[in-house]
Design a protein around this ligand. Structure first.
Ligand code: GCU
Length: 137
């Protein structure tokens, strides 16, 4: 089915701030995770039951990978997902994970797991899919 975009700046943010000082974001800004482990962005996503490709558009202007875990409605979804450097804070790339969603409301949380915090986060794109193979990253 169709892809739906959910802006990071419209989501629930813990230990992060909305900023707009690095060009190339969509919407009105992006979320700068604090440089601590445990900060998260949580999106409320409406979907049919089943697998979905969930892409986070991000920038990481450092040389160090910033890992995050994804949960869905508080349950483990995708663990240890890496967000490598993109070359500049103005260079945005997407990382895709496949998550199992329930019919209706899903709380998709992307939680930073290293002391550097997460990458700058622009938006989440959710595309429900019918097959259940591992997506490319
Ligand atoms: C810089 C950059 C921020 C980024 C931060 C970080 O301060 O300007 O956009 O979030 O580094 O390391 O996370």
């Amino acid at each position: 089915s169709a892809a739906t975009d959910y802006q990071a700046e419209d989501a629930t943010i813990s230990q992060g701030v909305v900023e707009s000082n690095h060009a190339g974001y969509t919407g009105s800004g992006f979320v700068n995770y604090d440089n601590v482990a445990g900060g998260y962005i949580e999106w409320t996503v409406t979907a049919p039951a089943g697998p979905a490709d969930v892409s986070l558009r991000y920038a990481n202007g450092t040389a160090a990978t910033r890992p995050m875990d994804f949960t869905v409605n508080g349950q483990p979804g995708a663990v240890g997902i890496t967000f490598p450097g993109t070359g500049a804070w103005t260079t945005w790339k997407s990382k895709t994970v496949r998550l199992q969603l329930v019919a209706g409301t899903n709380k998709i949380r992307a939680r930073a797991t290293s002391a550097d915090g997460g990458p700058n986060a622009d938006k989440l794109t959710v595309t429900p899919t019918s097959d259940d193979t591992t997506p490319p990253s």
